[in-house]
Design a protein. Structure first.
Length: 215
């Protein structure tokens, strides 16, 4: 089902409750650039066998809410750009997401600049390798609690929080950068008064550099 509704930019409502997805493995770019879409019901989607959700809702710029609480993501390895540029999205429910096999979360929520709240407390990131630009340009997020994130295998966090200009609290207390090779501009354009909670030495240096640039 990769690219199934790709570029259906005039589509406004999509009713696919009878679609049998039980054997589908690839949902990458499935709704890519459905920029007119404002209503979609995926409550009957069976995603047990899906491994790829790359760019699945990318550029769905009119969607305001998305309930994926029924999604079984046990076998998904790629969530790159999954919600990239969903600029109108103000509610997203991912409470049952199992991300234990995911290796790529880069650009996952980038430019979701209407989101004020994002609950990722259930996310398991122990196998993630790349997180670059994951929350870039989420300019309306007020707080982000990632204390459950395990980043021992991550090598790239470039610009991960860049332009999250409304953040007041950012909890990275368990973030580690032992394998990170790229971490440029991770705090660029955050508010000076943002409370960044962390222990990792490289992140502390990046925080100090960020704060000194605000003087």
């Amino acid at each position: 089902m990769s690219g199934m509704f790709y570029d259906c930019e005039n589509l406004k409502i999509l009713k696919i409750s009878n679609l049998n997805t039980s054997n589908v493995k690839d949902m990458s770019s499935m709704f890519f650039n459905c920029e007119g879409l404002n209503e979609i019901d995926l409550s009957n989607f069976i995603t047990n066998n899906v491994t790829d959700m790359d760019y699945m809702f990318c550029f769905c710029s009119n969607l305001t809410n998305l309930d994926l609480s029924n999604f079984n993501t046990d076998n998904v390895t790629n969530m790159h750009g999954m919600f990239y540029n969903c600029i109108s999205l103000n509610s997203i429910i991912l409470t049952n997401f199992n991300t234990s096999k995911v290796t790529n979360m880069s650009w996952m929520f980038a430019n979701c600049n209407s989101l004020t709240d994002l609950n990722l407390s259930n996310f398991n990131t122990e196998n993630v390798i790349v997180m670059n630009e994951m929350f870039k340009d989420c300019g309306s997020l007020n707080s982000l609690d990632l204390q459950n994130f395990k980043t021992e295998n991550v090598i790239d966090i470039d610009r991960i929080f860049q332009n999250c200009s409304s953040l007041l609290t950012l909890n990275l207390v368990n973030f580690t950068t032992s394998k990170v090779k790229k971490m440029n501009n991770i705090f660029e354009n955050l508010e000076k008064n943002c409370n960044i909670i962390l222990k990792d030495k490289k992140l502390l240096r990046a925080k100090d550099k960020f704060l000194s640039s605000k003087i």
